[in-house]
Design a protein around this ligand. Structure first.
Ligand SMILES: [Zn+2]
Length: 302
């Protein structure tokens, strides 16, 4: 599991800071999460192949989280994209994107699907053989969802040498990977554990931005490997949290602790502060494993 932070600051893009956008690679899938202004430029800078992005998840319709989307969709067309593109986001996202395209008399030559969300309960929005994605209902000034990406339980790992030694026909390898005991060529029952190992523990990632401190999300994100939680403010501006519906670094850490996550990645920093160290220090008062995101930072969680 690899996370590339394309942008992790709030409000407006600046000379040295980008608004929210990140790429999650999990089990050979690539998901784009939020799409602030300039996202396509940052994707190019990171040499991320546009064609590998087939699913875009937008948290909410504040500009710093989706103003890059229509540009990206348009560029895909100019590059003669053929692959389908799926966009998940709040109700209204289809209208906003298609209105711009309609007035420009510009349509995509690839299939563009919108999956509009309006539920206030967590729901499964994407699923295939190896990954599933659930919404995490957040509380912000407008309708907002975080997203939970979960690998599915993988197959058991077969030790081919041991299977050969045990004289098992290759035709049974699939059954072994699925956890069954099988008979070998001599009719002897071979116990599954003697030739296979446990599958690797499935990885999970939760993206939570933007939100006020909200303990309701804890059961949804319980025990995730990595939690990205917004931390717009430091403690000295904690009073702004409930008003603007944002969180402090310490509040993010409290959520991480209650949910027993593996690693907390902080982001969505207000640009009012000189540096980011204060976010880490304040969060570490509550939770041990804290990392700061940064534009261009790549985290390898494999
Ligand atoms: Zn917002």
């Amino acid at each position: 599991m690899k996370l590339t932070i394309l942008g992790c600051y709030s409000a407006t893009p600046r000379a040295l800071t980008n608004t929210t956008s990140q790429v999650l690679e999990i089990n050979n899938h690539m998901f784009l999460i939020d799409c602030g202004e300039g996202t396509q430029v940052h994707l190019r800078r990171h040499k991320i192949k546009f064609n590998r992005i087939k699913h875009v998840f937008i948290s909410h319709l504040h500009g710093d989280h989706f103003f890059g989307l229509v540009g990206l969709i348009s560029t895909f067309r100019l590059l003669k994209r053929e692959a389908d593109l799926h966009v998940y986001g709040p109700k209204g996202i289809k209208e906003i994107v298609t209105l711009q395209m309609k007035l420009a008399d510009s349509w995509t030559n690839y299939n563009l699907y919108f999956h509009e969300l309006s539920s206030k309960e967590s729901q499964l929005v994407y699923e295939d053989d190896v990954v599933e994605v659930h919404t995490i209902p957040l509380e912000h000034r407008i309708y907002t969802n975080g997203y939970l990406f979960k690998e599915k339980e993988g197959e058991r790992k077969l030790d081919v040498d041991l299977a050969e030694e045990a004289n098992i026909n290759v035709a049974y390898y699939r059954k072994l990977k699925q956890g069954f005991d099988v008979e070998n060529e001599d009719g002897v029952l071979i116990r599954n554990e003697s030739v296979t190992r446990d599958a690797e523990k499935p990885k999970s990632y939760a993206f939570c931005s933007d939100t006020v401190y909200k303990e309701d999300i804890v059961p949804i994100i319980k025990d995730v490997d990595v939690l990205y939680h917004e931390s717009t403010f430091l403690e000295k501006h904690a009073h702004l949290g409930p008003k603007t519906k944002h969180s402090t670094a310490k509040e993010a850490a409290s959520i991480a602790k209650q949910a027993n996550v593996g690693t907390l990645v902080l982001g969505h920093f207000s640009t009012r502060y000189g540096g980011l160290e204060g976010f880490k220090t304040e969060a570490e008062e509550v939770f041990d494993n804290v990392k700061l995101s940064g534009d261009g930072k790549v985290f390898d969680f494999s």
